[in-house]
Design a protein around this ligand. Structure first.
Ligand code: NAP
Length: 525
């Protein structure tokens, strides 16, 4: 499949005039062709105009049509075959197995949203019929459903070139909700983005949808990305990336004449609490398993376990000793981009120079460019709580062990943490009391609390929450993974005393749409 290096605007492929963006093979430093000439306000204007024109038609497509569209995107992505995997490997340095798994997850996610759309629960239909005889005042007829917010700007993430990028969770959930999507491609994987973008273009055409349902733009975030978020026709933003990028977009969105929601997933260090009995009985085993999780994807997961908290003593020493051996045996994996590698080296240097943390073990240095040297550091609870730089996310395979004097101090450390995507308890039966003590704190601090697992690995399903208080995300009420992600792009509308002929089908008497409805507070059978 030949890559053209063009912006995909509706059904067109357009050559822009800006400076060319080239992907770089992070393993070799080689510049990859083609260049993608950066778009400008003109491309943003055209994509937004098309998206706005498509919006009213697209949001009222039948549930079956929209579900089939999502399934067609999945089929079109699969039909690209190995070209997609090979290009993504070259652009990201990620191994084949990981990317094949990610493609499966991306297509599975689209198919999950197709099921969600068909099911219609997300419309959240509520009918409170008129009560003309009610005393002292009659009640009017009130009917509610959810509608799509409007065109959504999606910023593809660098660390999941498929599952959190052009056809990733943000795009799938926004399209499922009935929102046209304009993606700003991540500069780290423009070719992968074009292949997936063209698959969506084909699915739009095959499904006979308005062309503005999808566009893919290339350009610098500061110019093109900011212009996109400022455009009055954009009604919500999905973002995964750095805290500085996410907060910049939140600010832009708030400063608009009409502020809009930004669903940004930013930074999380995912604390793991080793409770005393678990540590005593299986400290060594936990040390090995922990490093396995730490090294996954060179630590470039938002759920990477960047913090371990436990009571100090022999049991923790055994954990640290086992983890140190595993760290020393860790091969250096290529990181996604030279920029991410530089940021990682800077973060590790910060720990090396810190007077409050000490190095415990480092992994192999590796021969390829941009290789990630695994690291393990140690600090005391007192130092951790007094030095806020130790809470900063070091994006990559480095983690910090925090030694506490007792369980009360473990709880204080938990209380001192910023918002997190996950919190993990390693616990045995006899740790239940300690776990109960921590649970209320962890619920307040994290979007997902788990026992005896590792945070890397996020299931795409109905009960998943991939979210959490700031700075893990910009809006702790939502999730960016799983079927509940659709609610980010919907809002309720109430229809009062509208005649049957004017009501949307799902709200009419007789329920010809066949969706689940709440009538006067009772579920319709
Ligand atoms: P990033 O720098 O935040 O960039 C992500 C996207 O946002 C890019 O398309 C970028 O565009 C755009 N962007 C950034 N700042 C912007 C701004 N002020 N206005 C408008 N758009 C803006 O993230 P990254 O390139 O993926 O990685 C950099 C760092 O982010 C990593 O080292 C890591 O610390 C963190 N990160 C965290 C996660 C996580 O899940 N927690 C995931 C990925 C990265 P341009 O590149 O075109 O400017």
């Amino acid at each position: 499949m030949t890559l053209e290096g063009k912006q995909l605007i509706g059904q067109q492929a357009v050559l822009s005039n800006g400076n060319a963006i080239h992907a770089v093979d992070p393993a070799t430093g080689e510049t990859l062709e083609p260049g993608y000439k950066a778009g400008s306000r003109a491309e943003v204007e055209r994509a937004c105009e098309l998206a706005w024109t498509a919006f009213d038609t697209y949001r009222e497509t039948g549930l079956e049509v929209r579900a089939c569209f999502l399934e067609t995107i999945a089929e079109e992505i699969e039909s690209i075959g190995d070209d997609l995997i090979v290009r993504a490997m070259t652009e990201s340095g990620l191994p084949r197995g990981r990317l094949e798994g990610e493609r499966g997850r991306t297509c599975g996610q689209l198919r999950l949203f197709a099921q969600v759309v068909r099911n219609g629960e997300w419309l959240d239909v509520r009918l409170d019929p008129a009560l003309p005889e009610r005393q002292p005042m009659p009640r009017v007829d009130l009917r509610q459903r959810h509608i799509a917010l409007g065109p959504v700007a999606v910023f593809g993430a660098s660390n999941f070139p498929l599952a959190f990028s052009v056809a990733g969770g943000d795009t799938a959930s926004a399209l499922a909700a009935g929102c046209p999507v304009i993606v700003k491609a991540h500069a780290a994987h423009p070719g992968t983005s074009e292949l997936v973008g063209r698959a969506i273009q084909r699915a739009v055409a095959k499904s006979e949808l308005p062309e503005g349902v999808f566009s893919l733009l290339y350009g610098s975030g500061r110019e093109l990305g900011q212009a996109l978020v400022r455009d009055p026709r954009i009604k919500a933003v999905g973002f995964t990336g750095s805290r500085s990028g996410g907060t910049a977009l939140m600010q832009t969105a708030q400063e608009r004449p009409e502020p809009i929601p930004v669903y940004a997933e930013m930074s999380s260090i995912n604390p793991v609490f080793l409770l005393p009995e678990a540590l005593k009985t299986r400290g060594k085993e936990l040390g090995n398993a922990f490093v396995g999780s730490l090294n996954m994807g060179a630590g470039q997961f938002c759920t990477n376990p960047g913090l371990v908290i436990a009571v100090k003593g022999e049991a923790l020493d055994a954990f640290v000793a086992a983890a140190s051996e595993a760290v020393k045996d860790s091969a250096a994996q290529t990181m996604l981009t030279p920029g991410i590698h530089d940021a990682y080296v800077q973060g590790v240097d910060g720990l090396l120079q810190s007077s409050t943390a000490r190095e415990v073990a480092r992994g192999a240095t590796g021969e390829s460019q941009n290789a990630c040297q695994t690291g393990l550091f140690l600090t005391s609870a007192k130092d951790f709580m007094s030095d806020e730089t130790l809470q900063a996310e070091v994006f990559g395979a480095t983690s910090l062990v925090v030694e506490c004097t007792d369980l009360d101090e473990v709880k204080h450390v938990a209380e001192s943490l910023e918002g997190q995507l996950t919190a993990t308890l390693q616990m045995d039966e006899d740790d239940l009391g300690a776990a109960r003590l921590l649970l209320p704190v962890l619920e307040r601090r994290a979007g997902r609390v788990m026992a005896n697992g590792w945070p890397t690995g996020v299931e795409v399903c109905h009960a998943m929450v991939h979210g959490g208080p700031y700075p893990a995300t910009s809006d702790s009420r939502t999730t960016s993974v799983g079927s509940a992600a659709i609610y980010r792009f919907l809002r309720p509308v109430c229809y009062q005393d509208l005649p049957q002929g004017l009501l949307p089908e799902a709200l009419r008497d007789g329920n010809t749409a066949g969706v689940s409805r709440l009538i006067d507070g009772h579920r319709e059978t």
